[in-house]
Design a protein around this ligand. Sequence first.
Ligand SMILES: C[S@@+](CC[C@H](N)C(=O)[O-])C[C@H]1O[C@@H](n2cnc3c(N)ncnc32)[C@H](O)[C@@H]1O
Length: 273
Amino acid sequence: MPKRNSLKTSLADRADRYRLYEQSVQDPVAEVELLQDFYRRARGRAARSLREDFAGTARVACEWVSGNTRHRAVAVDNDPRVLQWGREHNYQRLKPGARRRIELVLADVLEAPRGPFDLITAMNFSYWLFRDRASLRQYFASVKASLERNGLFLLDAYGGYDAYRMLRERRKVRNFTYIWEQADFDPVSSCAVCHIHFRFRDGSSLRRAFSYEWRLWTLPEIRELLAEAGFAESRVLWQGTDVRTGQGNGVFQPTERGDPDPAWIAYIEAEPY
Ligand SMILES: C[S@@+](CC[C@H](N)C(=O)[O-])C[C@H]1O[C@@H](n2cnc3c(N)ncnc32)[C@H](O)[C@@H]1O
């Protein structure tokens, strides 16, 4: 029989927003594979050391060290709550050997450990929290100073004309619904306000479980700033199309020309020297 208290609480009351986030927007096994593929293709060898910037729960960094005894990782986030959650739920689950090869660091990315690292990542558009050229350039320069000579910096970006629209997208995930809301966009600053909500079977919801106010940077702006920060080269990795479905096929190739898709996601890789 359920406890008396649980009859009173909704699914939203009992939900863990960090767990829901991981389940809805992260696929750590696939992400680690992708990182290794990108690195091997660009640098001709396997990457060993990773710094995951804006790491949140450090899910990817934990996956990185759990699958390979040669892998080391540093996960950086400036929010003590999310990092503590990552420590309790992801770090603690690692085998002792893997735990010795990872560090969860509470810091601003501008003050992150300098390594040097083979690979530094800034995923799920988190670096868009830097909203002017000077601060994004400063972040890129600090990344460059933290990379090995044959290191690689990997970022993602989204765009297309849907990116500028106010909209709500719903996606069923396990036993809840993930909702991505583009709530506001200011053409003058190019800044957008976005929220993540979760809705549950019992009708309850976690509204604004996560909110972001970030600048919608374009690919040429990002590449120009990477060059200004001293990166020798950058490439856009554009997703191919599945001929049957007309949707993205998950295969990203370097390109100098994209398609005018209404909604696209791309990666950018940058070489420091
Ligand atoms: C969109 S989440 C990304 C989580 C995860 N890495 C992912 O790929 O889904 C952004 C994270 O960046 C962190 N963050 C924001 N500004 C930061 C900064 N200046 N330095 C370090 N972390 C920062 C936030 O605390 C948050 O956990």
